[in-house]
Each structure stands twice: as structure tokens, then as C-alpha cells.
Design a binder for this molecule. Structure first.
Ligand SMILES: [Zn+2]
Length: 61
């Protein structure tokens, strides 16, 4: 199911994979939101680290 979901690189909305790979909202290019060359776990972990670092700095500066 989720393998048919693509993300628009222009407006960041999700759309279903179609032959033209075009966003139905803005006509932008649809891309795979989770490219196989990246590990989703590593990506999420990195994002979370940065999020907490930012949050920490806001609280303690
Ligand atoms: Zn779009």
C-alpha cells in the first residue's frame, strides 16, 4: 500500500504513484519519500538527535 505513495518535491504533499509522476496539486515532480539507499531508522535517529539538540539548546541557553 505505502509503496504507491509518492511525495511531491515541490509542495511536499503526498500523492499516489501515477504514470506521469506528477503532483495533482501543483504539477510538481513526485519522488519516493523513502529512498531505499537510506535506512529509515538511521534517518529518523539523526532527525531525532537534531530535534532534541535544538530543544535542549532552547531550554538551557
Ligand atoms: Zn505538489
Amino acid at each position: 500500500m505505502t509503496k504507491y505513495l509518492q511525495k511531491c518535491e515541490n509542495c511536499n504533499k503526498y500523492g499516489l504513484l501515477n504514470p506521469e509522476s506528477k503532483c495533482r496539486y501543483c504539477g510538481g515532480k513526485l519522488i519516493n519519500p523513502r529512498p531505499p539507499k537510506y535506512s529509515p531508522i538511521d534517518k529518523y535517529g539523526k532527525y531525532r538527535m537534531e530535534y532534541f539538540k535544538e530543544d535542549f539548546e532552547k531550554k538551557f541557553k
